[in-house]
Design a protein around this ligand. Sequence first.
Ligand code: HEM
Length: 446
Amino acid sequence: MTEERERIPHRATPFPGPRGLAHARVMNLAGGDVRAALDACRAEHGDAFVFGFGPIRFHWLLDRDAFRFVLADAAEHFGNAQAYPFLAPIGGETALIATDDPEHLRRRRSVQPAFHQRLVTAWASAAEKRFARFVAEPPTKPLLNELRPIVLEVVLGILLGEGTAERQPRLAADVAAMMAFANQPLLAQLLKMRLPGTPWARFVAARARADAALRADIRARRAGAHPGGGGVLGVLLAHDGSDAALSEDELRDQAISLVSAGFDTTTAAITWTMALLADPERQARARAEIQAGDGAPEAALHASYLQAVIAEALRLYPPAPAILRRVVRDVDFRGSTIPIGSNVGLSIWHLHRDPRLWRDPERVIPERWLERDGAFAASRDPFAYLPFGQGGRYCIGAGLARTLTSVFAATALRHASWSLAAWPRPVGVTLVPDDGLPLRWVVPPS
Ligand code: HEM
């Protein structure tokens, strides 16, 4: 009997997904709106399906148990190397998000101390000063467009240290230009034509200048210049001479990838929080809470209702709406095999709106994050809510992002009031409002 069974070749069922004309329809939909394509596939095939071709063929997994499978139970089958093709050209080969263990773990151990919670107070007060100047002036353009360079300036100061903008005046513009390329749809990014004036040619030129600026900064600091340079880069340089020291290439890659992973996502988080706070009742409640506090910038991190609004903004509009992986060893999943080399996409957007996990998932309900006594209650299920990922690849900048979002919202609540004419449509690789969020801004608050 056993021998008989062994002679039968193992045939896993093919992974579900659209074929033929249905596939063409889904691809057409995905060209305009990936989430709409995922919705269409889910209606037909359930929570796990595959579609696309070549480098943009993805096995999409949408439900909680699949997240747990990929990020925890079978994590050794799924790698990060080559999983984020749109970040690789910016961050370089050694960036945390683009590498796998054991090198990933070694670098992560070196970078982690630079994000220790005790640094939060210093970040919070540096950020608050810049944000206070910003909110005192009514924005003339949509919030996202005006906020982006301010968050970049703040993030550069925190990561690369005070005075970076003065020493390297082009760096911010070059990083912004590189991110503009990475924020294009994946298909457009595959067209890497190096002809003058093309997005790729502009990207390559911006990267060369940013690289030169960063390497010059690292060398100058290693030679003893800018002793007060500080920032996350300062902490990394302080490892020199120990086992945790990083090479110049590694330092360059960490510096640029931290800035690029951090500033667009944080700008999006702030923008969505401001959108949710545009509701008059929510805004009044959040303002009353902030005004009752002691005014210290970091107090915003302990304001329960504000934290509940931010948690709800990140649930409904996760700035990084998907986690991507590359299969490093064939893996069996629900009776089908996902072969080595496959791309896997975990849709945070769908997880956070799953009616099996969330009551009234499409509605904004900050109160779902509050205990009876009004205290903020973080999610009890780590695989139902993960705007910052989960497990060994948990976002290293989550504390910084939460701090900047809280401090910006609290500063805005203290100095201004605002309202919104129309609810925007979320779009993009980093999820942002399609109209950039034009606000009616009143200083001082009415
Ligand atoms: C609201 C803002 C942010 C969101 C929503 C966000 C989201 C995420 C998510 C979902 C992951 C997991 C990716 C994966 O598992 O493959 C991640 C990883 C990462 N994030 Fe963030 N992030 C934010 C801000 C930041 C900031 C401010 C920084 C740094 C300054 C940062 C640096 C990183 C890095 C380096 C990783 C890779 C960690 C590793 O693989 O070890 N992020 N982020």
